[in-house]
Design a protein around this ligand. Sequence first.
Ligand SMILES: [Zn+2]
Length: 426
Amino acid sequence: MESINKPILKKSGCGIYKRVIDITFFKYKSVSMKKSYKSGCAVLLLLTSLFSKTGMAQAESQAAAKPDYTKVYRYCLDGDVMSALRVLGEGGYKLSRQDSIFKTRFESRFKGATDHSDYIGSRRSPIDGLLGIFQSYWRKSLLDNSGNYDTALLNNLFGFLQTTYSPGKQLFFNNDSLDRYLGRYISSLGLHTTGLGKTGRLYDLLVWGSEKDTTYSFTLNREKISSRVMLMDKFVTLGWEEYATLDKYYPGGWATDTALYCVKKGYDLSSEAFLISYLAHESRHFADYKLFAKLSSADLEYRAKLTELSMAKETLFKLLSSFINNANAKSNNGHSIANFCVIRDLSGRLFKTGFEADISKWKKLRIKKVNRVASKLLRSTTKQLLRIGRTVEKYISVLCGFYDSPFVILKTKTTQKNVRNSAHQI
Ligand SMILES: [Zn+2]
């Protein structure tokens, strides 16, 4: 058992298991790791040092316009590198040294007939040959959105595994078989992978050298919650997004039905952002999947966000601001609905008003008080859900459209009945 900085959370080594957002954003249970291993929960695409290198450039050439990096990266992550190249080539600005370096590197990777960057050389590993196949596929697909190079990739993988990996002679030409033998081949070289799956429209390849199986646990409202987290390190490749953005963006993690997978270099493991907004949030989800197997996304997010607000100290007001700014009761997105309901319900308890959008009022409250009230609200919601039954599907989200005051929601038997009825109607 090893302690970490935050008193409320403790972590322990967790036996022998095998195998990071927003995370956050979907129900892991229904996610097939192979096909969709990226967590929707913020964790997914991790902003690394996106603009840090260009910060100096801004200072150097304040008067000059700069390439629009936001657009460049957005196009890249959209899989449309031609448009990114066009933005970079637009001109009309004076390039700083840093801009120049970036442009040269980007163009050397994407502008010519072949990749002249040192992509493979800079990450030498036993899978150079395999990575070369993906590199070529990614490059073609990113530069030609009208083409589909999937079949060519699968053919190349088939040939590669048959000739390079002796058990691959038993390979069949279908995705399941390719996935299985690809995984075995990579494992045979002492490396880990997610297997053959897509990120967005492109087949991806994520391969790493080491992983540490860790269980984090904490107690909230006398309920012990724990999560298995695989902290992955020594990546050979983080896939096509990393390739397209010159390492600036990459998946921060994903989840399976048994564990969270976290790209270690993307996080400060002792920060609240990791321990509370990622770990406690995701742990709440894992616990809720067991408690309430059919609960809707908005309800799950509601409970995970209350968990965050029950524990956050230095990030508390930042979280509240973010929930206020991204609240929408009528959204299709569970996060936006949950943001609205969390703020509405806490406003009722703390200010005796409806949705309080003025963050300066929140900042006058004591952090501990917000923690305590959020924790109480979470506990009371749990009781209500248990009363309705473990198969409850919707609760908070159903109420969103009908009630302004949290006091109506959680108290009377009549309300409870209404909840059940409404849930059935929807
Ligand atoms: Zn979530």
